[in-house]
Write a protein that binds this ligand. Structure first.
Ligand SMILES: [Fe+2]
Length: 145
């Protein structure tokens, strides 16, 4: 069983958002495997960099999407994203300063945060889109599995 298991209730749009989330889930699992197997610092650092970069890009994509949908809670969501990115950078700095236990802590932090982020924040966007009718599109046109 994977460290961070993909589940049906994580599905948002059967499209680009899910693709991002799945990629992030894979990276969290990669980080967890690397740290629990005691892989070299260079391997862990590479995965960490990729994970942080991808998380930041993903959250930016979601903010653009929310803006294009005139999503009413954009400001609150963005504040949540900014706070999380700040925390990630803080942990990354600790890791770079030589605190290697931070890497395994980061896989837990990312798994828990992402899982909540998808199940709460992103689901909120989804229900807004559903309420707004067919004019708003979250890629739901191709929502068949
Ligand atoms: Fe998301």
């Amino acid at each position: 069983m994977a460290y961070f298991e993909w589940a049906d209730d994580l599905v948002i749009d059967n499209g680009p958002i899910d693709k991002d989330h799945r990629q992030l889930v894979d990276l969290v699992n990669e980080l967890h495997t690397a740290t629990s197997q005691g892989r070299g610092q260079d391997v862990v650092a590479r995965i960490l960099d990729e994970l942080i970069r991808y998380t930041v890009e993903h959250l930016q994509r979601e903010e653009q999407l929310m803006a294009s949908l005139n999503f009413p809670n954009l400001v609150q969501h963005k504040q949540g994203h900014d706070k999380f990115i700040e925390d990630l950078h803080g942990l990354h700095k600790k890791y770079a300063a030589g605190s290697f236990t931070v890497a395994s802590q980061l896989s837990t932090v990312l798994r828990d945060w992402l899982s909540l982020h998808i199940r709460r924040s992103d689901k909120e966007i989804l229900s807004f889109v559903k309420k707004s009718g067919p004019k708003s599109n979250l890629g739901l046109a191709h929502s068949k599995k």
